[in-house]
Design a protein. Structure first.
Ligand code: PAF
Length: 280
């Protein structure tokens, strides 16, 4: 496995590497990321190259404290990449990804209006900009993303469609802890009592989804059911709880087509997200 710090050197290596499958990450790799790398290994098969990027992208953070607290266990991350069969890892040096006077960025203006886009100004511009750069640097023909960040995945698919980016986007199902908490690099920052409380996020979503077989279709009822579970927590602070169309990510009042109940919130300063599909 080759570790490259200079984005231009990475680009040159990828250009001569044949078929590249990319896994963009911000490091602090957990089982969820490892599943993405394994999937990339399958897609690349024996002859293709699996490239992983590890870059805590400053322009997608809306809270400086969140950026500063983001874990960076680089040695463990590199060992994990090697173990899962990555061939190339890009770990850009500080300042190497963005020119000091950069003046171009990518903006998505529909799917990012709600959910995380509404409460994290500039977040998806930052994601789109770095992801497009990573696509261009890696020459990848496919890239694997976790479905946990389903809004991110939808926005990236839209960017690829609207800008004709020649790449296949592969979504991989959310990996969960045994108690149902979605794996996230932020989970290690939870206080023990918050970590014990956190399975309630998944439970709240399931309690709402379980109304579907009884014929419930009202978005407000799904939201209220989940909210009751969440507000019973002495710790958790809801950021948003919303039912949106699964494709357009626009809020819906009633479930007539596949929809998603999405939530975000805080334990202290730690922001967690999760979602569940509502299929009528
Ligand atoms: O999902 C993430 O870890 C990041 O948003 C990504 C896609 C690597 C872009 O920085």
């Amino acid at each position: 496995m080759q570790v490259i710090e200079d984005p231009t050197a990475f680009q040159q290596t990828c250009r001569s590497a044949g078929r590249v499958v990319l896994v963009p990450t911000m490091g602090a790799l957990h089982e969820g990321h490892l599943a993405l790398i394994r999937r990339a290994r399958e897609v690349a098969a024996g002859e293709g190259t699996v490239a992983v990027s590890i870059f805590v992208n400053p322009i997608q953070f809306d809270r400086p404290g969140d950026l500063a607290a983001y874990p960076k266990p680089l040695e463990a991350d590199l060992a994990a990449c090697e173990k899962e069969g990555a061939d190339l890892v890009l770990v850009p040096k500080d300042g190497a990804m963005y020119a000091a006077d950069r003046s171009i960025s990518i903006t998505e203006s529909l799917l990012s209006k709600h959910l995380c886009g509404a409460t994290r100004p500039g977040h998806f511009d930052g994601v789109c900009t770095v992801v497009l750069k990573l696509f261009l640097l890696s020459h990848a023909t496919a890239a694997v993303f976790g479905e946990k960040d389903f809004q991110q995945l939808a926005v990236i698919r839209r960017m690829v469609r609207d800008l004709n980016v020649p790449i296949d986007i592969i979504g991989h199902p959310t990996i969960r802890e045994s108690d149902g908490l979605a794996m996230s690099s932020r989970n290690v920052r939870l206080l023990p009592e918050h970590r014990r409380d956190a399975p309630r996020l998944r439970q709240a979503l399931i309690a709402a989804r379980d109304l579907l077989p009884y014929g419930e279709r009202s978005a407000a009822t799904f939201v209220e059911t989940a909210r009751r579970h969440l507000t019973a927590s002495p710790f958790f602070r809801v950021d948003y709880l919303e039912v949106v169309d699964a494709e357009t990510l626009q809020p819906v009042a009633a479930i007539q087509r596949p929809a998603v109940l999405a939530l975000a919130g805080f334990y202290g300063e730690v922001r967690l997200i999760d979602h569940i599909g509502l299929h009528p």
